[in-house]
Design a protein around this ligand. Sequence first.
Ligand code: GDP
Length: 140
Amino acid sequence: MAIQRTFSIIKPDATKRSLTGAINAKLEAAGLRIIAQKRIHLTKAQAGVFYEVHKERPFYDELCEFMASGPIVVQVLEGEDAIAKNREVMGATNPEEAAEGTIRKEFALSIGENSVHGSDGEDTAKVEIAYFFSGLELVG
Ligand code: GDP
């Protein structure tokens, strides 16, 4: 399996509860190296652009409001099969359905405030990384 890069966000519900370190420990334990990371605070409009793919869904406005409600930590993760591996460590979108040991099972508050984001494919990973990071910020 090839070495891949994926994009990750530690969401406002998690930064608010000082869970950045605990979440990073789970990512690193799974073999995902954090090759770029920064803490930022999005505007609702910036969150809206990031989640544009969900524009037609009923929770879009709530989601953008939430993502702009506090600081987030944006990251680039690198490792073997990193996209699928990160999705596995994250767990299901709804924490009630997430497997034991996953980030969402352990930390998420609800289907909306679910602590982390992870790219779902190679094309999305590229677009999402480029939205937040310049090439110079990716230190492998
Ligand atoms: P993910 O890839 O597992 O993050 O899930 P999706 O791509 O389906 O949804 C993106 C994000 O929208 C999720 O991580 C949640 O934060 C949010 N979301 C998804 N479904 C719901 C919902 O039914 N209600 C609310 N409030 N937010 C949701």
